[in-house]
Write a protein that binds this ligand. Structure first.
Ligand code: GTP
Ligand code: MG
Ligand code: ZN
Length: 351
């Protein structure tokens, strides 16, 4: 028997379930997402589930269940089931699907915090952190920066200096697998019933960190396969594990690119400390690119705003705009297609 409250089940979710046409069936949380099936943790055990037709058709891939979703399913065996409904998603981490301009990919849902994991080597990249903070802001997920592998040596002063503009807006943890204290400090930051997703490039130590927090080998890591001589293991699935006292941790495969799917210009300015300058430019609609009398550009030129931060601001704004414009264009095309089909049907009826 599993106690779903440990997985975050609560009154609010129960109320939502009562509104479903399938309220008398079993419910559970998606623990692992595979290509075509889902491992669901329910009160009576773990079930491997497939989607019913109503969950598949007329939906885009980002609307299919993702790890962390709460679903309602019909058990068909002691360990198999069919998913018929899902509770409406909250606090979801999305990213732009690779190779697309307007498709979102849901990484995990019902999240309280997102741990952005970076190792203190060539993987350390403040621009990625800014991008991530922007993406989590819209969904009110608390971003947390976890800098790993401190045992390999790094320049603390330089690192803190690079993070100066964001350090008041995001908690920062330094960890090493060699330092139990650093792991304990991070564990103390995870409250009972909270769900946390771990994201970051491949090899930064996400799975290793989850194992250390759980105090058992729940996930395969690069280190394990090294010792078996089978080459480096990289995680390939989004997988949820339960910490012994509290907390639900979601491991994800490493990602190289993390494209944003939000267009929250105000939030971007706030994250990058540009807000204080905006509104003071000569033109009300100043884009801060090359306009005369632009206070933002002036601040970049006299060194008040770091050039790297300004460039990050322009890049993210361009990306966010591009995403929104592509979504808009896609909707327009879909609408005209629906209209065309309708017209065609009308004509056929008139024949
Ligand atoms: N020195 C040191 N090595 C670490 C630390 N944390 C993880 N590693 C090593 O880094 C390598 C990668 O760790 P993983 O936990 O598999 O990395 P990951 O982020 O899960 O990588 P993907 O699954 O590919 O996304 C392994 O060889 C770990 O032993 C650390 O704190 N210090
Ligand atoms: Mg991993
Ligand atoms: Zn301006």
């Amino acid at each position: 028997m599993n106690n779903l409250q440990l997985y975050g089940w609560n009154e609010e979710l129960f109320r939502q379930k009562q509104e479903s046409n399938y309220k008398d069936l079993a419910h559970g949380r998606v623990a692992v997402t595979h290509k075509t099936c889902y491992e669901v943790v329910a009160e009576s055990g773990f079930y491997t589930c497939e989607l019913a037709g109503n969950m598949l058709y007329g939906r885009s891939a980002s609307e299919y269940p993702c790890t962390g979703d709460w679903v309602i399913f019909q058990p068909v065996d002691t360990d198999k089931g069919i998913i018929l409904d899902s509770l409406s998603r909250q606090k979801t981490l999305y990213r732009l699907k690779n190779g697309t301009a307007s498709e979102r990919q849901a990484i995990a849902s019902f999240l309280d915090k997102a741990f952005i994991v970076q190792s203190l080597d060539e993987h350390f990249n403040v621009r990625r952190i800014e991008r991530f903070m922007l993406q989590t802001a819209d969904e009110s997920i608390q971003p947390v920066l976890v800098l790993t592998k401190t045992d390999l040596g790094f320049n603390r002063e330089e690192t803190e200096n690079t993070l100066k503009h964001i350090s008041a807006k995001i908690p920062v943890f330094y960890t090493s697998i060699e330092s139990q204290e650093s792991i304990d400090r991070l564990r103390a930051f995870i409250a009972p019933g909270e769900t946390i997703v771990f994201t970051g490039m491949s090899g930064v130590g996400k799975s290793t960190l989850i194992n250390a927090l759980c105090e058992r080998e729940v996930l395969q890591t690069g280190a394990i396969s090294d010792s078996t001589g089978k080459g480096r293991h990289t995680s390939t699935r989004r997988e949820m594990v339960l910490m012994s006292d509290a907390g639900v941790l979601i491991d994800t495969p490493g990602v190289k690119l993390f494209g944003v799917t939000t267009d929250n210009a105000d939030k971007l300015s706030e994250i990058l400390d540009i807000s204080d300058y905006e509104g003071k430019c000569r033109f009300d609609d100043c884009q801060h690119i090359n306009e005369k009398g632009c206070v933002v550009i002036e601040a970049v030129e006299n060194g008040e705003i770091d050039r790297g931060i300004y460039e990050s601001y322009l890049k993210l704004r361009r990306e966010a705009w591009h995403y929104t414009a592509s979504v808009h264009e896609k909707r327009k095309q879909e609408k005209s297609f629906t209209k065309m089909v309708r017209n065609f049907k009308d004509k056929r009826q008139n024949i």
